[in-house]
Design a binder for this molecule. Structure first.
Ligand code: ADP
Ligand code: MG
Length: 295
């Protein structure tokens, strides 16, 4: 078979060449978020992220995976510009939300532009009702009460469980209901992208699944993009299309969710399963098998 270039020369058709660097292919959607090689330092001396890069396509669900302390929350806070409150700082690299640097924007400005974070541990206002919590999410909006009321109905349509609980004080609702309230509150700002930090933490598998199903629905029907930080690799890779694995402030592996799920190392170190049999956590912890990506 002749080489492609010959074929083109023979037929006289224009050769299919990749676009030059910097020119985006119109068939590939531009990413809504791009993190380029960022470094984050806390208190001027503690280097936590050591060159993290990732991207989230418009309308995508991307998982940011890693054990406790890997740097997931730090990455999300760098994106939503919330590090200052923690004495943290991005000292290298850049973060672009819809092509614009985030560091010059305040967190509330970023919310207005469509990028919002749902904090680890839900952080609902315990002394407010579920509905009051949801309404606090609309504080950056200036489009009037009717629009906000319509969005409240929209949130309840996705989360019928919290509609039933709307008059209850958030502090008296279950962990799952609080997580739903936290995501619902984020939705009230009409986001284009939600940075969701460990929604599964401390919840029963069935509730986790219920929440991830809602994430999937919001992504499919409302077009909200998600960057999902999770320790629950198994569940996250069921719903995300792409994943990054963070270890010690570095991305050690990334790929399509399907290929990560099938990767032997990921299975062993993050899914606790290898070659068809379940490994005990102790085996995994003792690193009996060397991680190939660290070799
Ligand atoms: N405010 C802070 N000051 C100093 N170190 C911090 C601070 N917040 C987090 N860290 C450290 O940064 C590392 C990454 O933490 P974090 O981003 O919370 O990880 P993850 O969300 O993956 O569990 C950890 O070693 C943690 O101890
Ligand atoms: Mg965290």
């Amino acid at each position: 078979m002749p080489a492609a270039a010959d074929t083109d020369r023979n037929t006289g058709e224009a050769a299919v060449t990749p676009p030059p660097a910097g020119v985006t292919d119109s068939t590939v959607p531009a990413p809504i978020l791009r993190v380029n090689n960022i470094e984050v330092v806390y208190s001027h001396v503690i280097l936590v992220l050591k060159g993290v890069s990732l991207s989230v396509p418009k309308g995508g669900i991307v998982a940011l995976l890693g054990a406790n302390g890997a740097g997931k929350t730090t990455t999300l806070k760098a994106i939503s510009n919330l590090l200052h409150a923690e004495r943290g700082e991005v000292t290298k690299g850049s973060i672009l939300f819809e092509g614009e640097e985030v560091h010059s924007r305040s967190p509330s400005d970023l919310v207005t532009r469509g990028c919002i974070q749902v904090m680890e541990g839900r952080r609902c206002f315990a002394h407010l009702t579920v509905e009051e919590n949801l309404l606090t999410g609309a504080f950056t909006r200036k489009d009037g009460k009717a629009a906000v009321a319509a969005d409240l109905d929209l949130v309840y349509s996705y989360f019928p469980r919290i509609k039933e609980r709307r008059k209850a004080l958030a502090g008296y609702t279950s962990g799952g209901e609080q997580q739903m309230t936290a995501v619902g509150r984020a939705l009230m700002s009409r986001p284009k992208m939600i940075l969701l930090d460990e929604p599964s933490m401390g919840l029963a598998p069935q509730i986790v699944e219920e929440i991830f199903e809602i994430v999937k629905n919001l992504n499919g029907k409302e077009g909200v993009s998600f960057l999902l930080a999770e320790q629950n690799t198994n569940m996250a890779l069921k719903y995300a299309s792409y994943g990054y694995i963070l270890e010690n402030g570095r991305v050690v592996m990334d790929g399509e969710a399907k290929s990560l799920r099938e990767n032997e190392d990921v299975k062993e170190f993050y899914l606790g399963v290898a070659e068809g049999k379940r490994k005990s956590f102790r085996d995994v912890k003792h690193y009996k098998r060397r991680k190939r990506w660290l070799a």
